[in-house]
Design a protein around this ligand. Structure first.
Ligand code: FE
Ligand code: FE
Length: 163
């Protein structure tokens, strides 16, 4: 008989996936901040690094609620997004389009996070985990705001410089 996995298992596995991704991002955001040419973009990455540390803590809180140890599970998607960002950083080093490349890389990561948090929030709701819904939603809102700020910065400055 096949292993009868349920939504609880899927929730925990996906929590481990985003936990791994968030921890990778805490290592990547300082590199983006260091590479950014625009002071505003640099400050934006630093601000999101602080938020990302909070995202890690919220996830640890949810592991606690589940009575499970906080453990990551290798997320190939975020590793691929980070790898592409690193390549863009090298390929556009010293060029006017560098910041536009950094914004594009960061937005790919934000969109990955948005899809994960959106799914987890829906599942938490279906599983009746009210506290987890609140924690997941708080992070989801910050990811959406970050994505919107990056779009604004790209349209108002970064892309013009690159053009
Ligand atoms: Fe995050
Ligand atoms: Fe984020």
């Amino acid at each position: 008989m096949p292993d009868e996995k349920t939504l609880d298992d899927l929730f925990l596995d996906t929590l481990k996936d985003i936990y791994y991704a968030e921890r990778q991002l805490t290592k990547t955001l300082p590199k983006l901040a260091k590479a950014a040419q625009s002071a505003e973009l640099k400050a934006g990455f630093e601000e999101h690094l602080a938020q990302t540390e909070g995202h890690v803590e919220r996830l640890e809180h949810i592991f606690d609620l589940l009575g499970k140890p906080a453990r990551g599970k290798t997320c190939d998607a975020i590793l691929g997004i980070i790898e592409e960002g690193k390549s863009a950083m090298e390929d556009y080093k010293g060029s006017p389009a560098l910041d536009a490349a950094l914004v594009a890389a960061a937005q790919a990561a934000e969109h990955y996070e948005i899809t994960r948090y959106g799914t987890l929030k829906t599942w938490a709701d279906e599983l009746g985990m009210k506290d987890a819904v609140k924690l997941l939603d708080a992070t989801l809102q910050e990811e959406v705001e970050t994505d919107q700020k990056l779009t604004k910065l790209a349209m108002s400055k970064v892309n013009l410089k690159a053009a």
